[in-house]
Design a protein. Structure first.
Length: 544
């Protein structure tokens, strides 16, 4: 039995009828030409759609994303600053400012013939100017999170050096390259590495400032399929360059550059989308999901496509395939959820493998929840298709659902929360009712391709100031390179380590004085020190 009312079947093919979220602008882009090209090419909204947030938009204007802008002069324009302040003050939903400045400052002042002291002075000035701009934004709204955009390698060598000598001065970026002393690939890449290291270090100490190092990303994404036209003249395969870091004596490949590979340092639309995509992978997606706890449907044998006659765990197909309605069954082990807290929000995220027929974007989806399982057991079985759950609702599906790697998001109604089994398994069935018999989506059924996120009414992993570490417990060294000592006058039952998104990244039930956290990446973490009848929280910085 399907869960849409028969009288609404025709309507469901053309429009949604569930109450969907209004579109809100939660992100803005400001800065230089990298801000302008990435925003005007729609890189942010495309990635918002890709990761299931089609109800969120990014904002900018030609007055806020300005070709040629420098950190030293961007905030000296009173008209621009007023536009920025007016937008911030008028948009309470705004959470993130993507901040792209500093590149023009460095190219205008750095020269390859500088010594180490002079070079450090250039970077010091750039960072001071960037921080002054950050302070201007935070003076308007101190809660805004500012994401320093950074850059990727340039390619002056192939775009300019390969031209005849008489033609080189006519290239639009010759003056910049010549002003820097005509640096080699390695020389200009090295100064960009130093600048990115400064961004990394500064973002760790500046309040509400974050940075994702993308150096080498274009080398990774495009590879060097044909011989480089200048030294070192070689090649390397796609998806082999390290990120961050890249290959220091190679430039960004021409295939990633603007104007058919003739631009020396701006990317084309596709490359900017990939550049901003990594910000979503490393930062924005976790921020947008804003969960306290998440679990994946990792027992893939308990996920399946369901029809009235078949079950298939190899492919998660939903829709109408050859006139046969097909549902998706997802199984989550929700026993790790904290039953000491009340769930306030919950969302499903599912990654698309492929789409056939007409897009299902914008159509409502039927979702049924079972505390425990559908049918007779948690395993996939023939009775699952017809089995009813504890509750069913017709919900909005967010995301463009265009191609492989895109994500569908479904926000669950509060009436579902009591059916999430905090001590066992929770299953969901997803279905559409369609008349087009070639209209279906295949979701990926591999580990980490379906997630259930929850937020609690109180966040057990964020109230650090409300649960200060007492003098009876010591955690050191802090910052740590990976090994820490924990000394406590009370017996500890266990230690849990969370990243700043609230995701559990390390857990131990056997507490010795010395704990190995060397597998964790650099960054800030929260330690939950579990005692007999209570717990304490402490911040820990990993810095290798």
């Amino acid at each position: 039995m399907k869960y849409l009312f028969t009288s609404l079947l025709t309507l469901a093919l053309s429009s949604s009828f569930a109450q969907c979220n209004p579109t809100t602008e939660k992100m803005m882009v400001i800065g230089d030409s990298w801000a302008f090209f990435s925003w005007s090419g729609n890189s942010y909204n495309e990635n918002l759609d890709r990761y299931g947030f089609s109800d969120v938009e990014c904002y900018s204007t030609a007055g806020l994303a300005v070709n040629g802008a420098e950190a030293s002069d961007y905030f000296t324009d009173p008209v621009r600053v007023q536009e920025l302040k007016d937008y911030i003050n008028g948009n309470p939903d705004l959470k993130w400012v993507h901040y792209s400045l500093g590149g023009n400052d460095a190219m205008a002042t750095w020269n390859k013939n500088m010594d180490a002291v002079e070079e450090a002075a250039v970077l010091d000035t750039v960072m001071l100017d960037i921080k002054a701009g950050i302070d201007t934004i935070h003076a308007t709204n101190p809660d805004l999170k500012i994401i320093i955009s950074g850059y990727d390698f340039a390619n002056f060598s192939e775009t300019i050096e390969t031209l005849p000598a008489v033609a080189q001065p006519f290239h639009p970026f010759y003056g910049i390259w010549d002003g820097m002393g005509q640096p080699t690939i390695e020389e200009i890449n090295t100064i960009l590495v130093k600048a990115s290291d400064r961004f990394t270090d500064s973002s760790m100490v500046w309040e509400n400032v974050f940075f994702v190092n993308n150096l080498g990303l274009m080398q990774y994404e495009y590879g060097q399929a044909n011989n480089l036209q200048v030294a070192p003249f070689g090649t390397y395969p796609q998806y082999t360059a390290p990120v961050p870091g890249g290959i220091i004596d190679y430039p960004t490949p021409l295939d990633a550059l603007n104007f058919g590979g003739n631009d020396s340092f701006h990317l084309n639309d596709d490359a900017y989308e990939l550049f901003i995509k990594r910000y979503f992978i490393e930062y924005y997606w976790k921020e947008l999901r804003d969960y306290h706890h998440t679990v994946a449907a990792n027992d893939i044998n308990n996920n399946a496509s369901l029809t009235a006659t078949t079950q298939n765990s190899d492919t998660l197909r939903i829709g109408n395939d050859n006139s046969e309605d097909t549902d998706v069954l997802l199984s989550f082990n929700t026993s790790s959820f904290d039953d000491n807290y009340i769930i306030d929000q919950a969302s499903l995220f599912i990654e698309i493998d492929s789409i056939a027929g007409t897009s299902l974007q914008g159509l409502d989806i039927d979702v049924s929840i079972a505390s425990g399982f559908f049918g007779g057991s948690v395993s996939v079985e023939s009775t699952d298709y017809a089995a009813t759950g504890d509750e069913t609702a017709t919900l909005c599906a967010y995301g463009t659902l265009e191609q492989e790697g895109h994500w569908m998001r479904i926000d669950l109604p509060s009436s579902f929360f009591s059916h999430i089994d905090m001590n066992g398994t929770t299953q969901f069935k997803l279905s559409y009712t369609l008349t087009d018999n070639t209209q279906f989506i295949d979701f990926k059924n591999t580990q980490d391709n379906a997630w259930l996120d929850v937020r609690y009414t109180e966040n057990p992993h964020a109230t650090i100031e409300e649960n200060p570490l007492t003098s009876q417990t010591m955690v050191y060294p802090n910052p740590s390179t990976g090994w820490i000592q924990v000394n406590s006058t009370e017996t500890l039952k266990g230690i849990e380590v969370y990243d700043l998104s609230g995701k559990l990244v390390h857990q131990t039930n056997s507490v010795n004085n010395e704990i190995d956290l060397s597998d964790l990446n650099n960054g800030m973490y929260v330690l939950k020190l579990i005692k007999k009848d209570s717990f304490e929280l402490s911040k820990l910085m990993i810095q290798k």
